[in-house]
Design a protein around this ligand. Structure first.
Ligand code: MG
Length: 233
């Protein structure tokens, strides 16, 4: 999983370097496919439960599961890239939100708070802690900054499959499982500038904020070790 994760990070870095006004989101999808093939990994999302692309590209009020297509990025947009790759039967999963050209102060804050929430959450992913410690770190960081966490979509275990137990909510709901050494988790705060509620687009995939506010998404795959969390991707 380490090698799988390192490869995913390299693929995501390439994608981030391609973000600019005017690029079509399906061009990013093609780059994802080419870069994965070149590095000997398989994009995990393609055909997963029928998802039609290699990569999720979610723009502005799109939270997750945006399908790449003819839409072009514009200056001032924020874009979330979510990707998973499989190597030797193991998956890793990671996401990042970046600005396209100059972005608003509101968007800058949203991105930095979401990134901060992920950092706070990863610090809780240690032996003996519970899933709720991760959830609580995310919720507190986000809400203390006046933003809201998405509730209908969660982080998850990851390893042999892209989505495994346990679910890792981004808000506190019960205590959850106790974390043990060797567990591998995808921790992924999704944060809205406005209300936490969501809606699903007519394509039945893309999840958007119900109120049209901006949303950001960061995700790491981590391993719980005897000494805190190791970020794999
Ligand atoms: Mg995930």
């Amino acid at each position: 999983m380490r090698k799988c994760g390192r490869t995913l990070v390299a693929v995501l870095e390439r994608l981030i370097s391609e973000i600019r006004p005017g690029i079509r989101t399906d061009e990013l999808d093609t780059i994802m496919a080419e870069e994965a093939e070149r590095r000997g990994v398989i994009p995990s999302f393609k055909n997963y439960r029928g998802f039609p692309a290699n990569l999720c590209v979610s723009i502005n009020d799109e939270i997750v599961h945006g399908i790449p297509g003819e839409r072009r990025l514009e200056a001032g947009d924020i874009v979330s890239l979510d990707a998973g790759v499989t190597l030797d039967g193991f998956c890793t999963d990671a996401a990042v939100t970046v600005g396209v050209g100059q972005i608003s102060e509101e968007a800058e804050k949203l991105i930095s708070v979401t990134q901060g929430a992920l950092k706070a959450a990863v610090a809780q992913a240690r032996c003996g802690a519970r899933v709720c410690d991760i959830s609580s770190a995310i919720q507190r960081h986000v809400e203390s900054n006046g933003l809201s966490v998405v509730r209908e979509y969660t982080g998850h275990g990851v390893g042999r499959d892209l989505h495994e137990e346990p679910q890792i909510p981004n808000f506190v709901v019960g205590k959850g499982l106790k974390l043990r050494k060797g567990m591998t988790l995808a921790i992924e705060p999704m944060v809205n500038a406005g209300d936490w509620r969501t809606r699903v687009a007519a394509n039945k995939w893309t999840v958007l904020t119900a109120d049209g506010s901006l949303s950001a998404h960061f995700e790491h795959t981590v391993a719980v070790t005897g000494n805190g969390a190791e970020i794999l991707a």
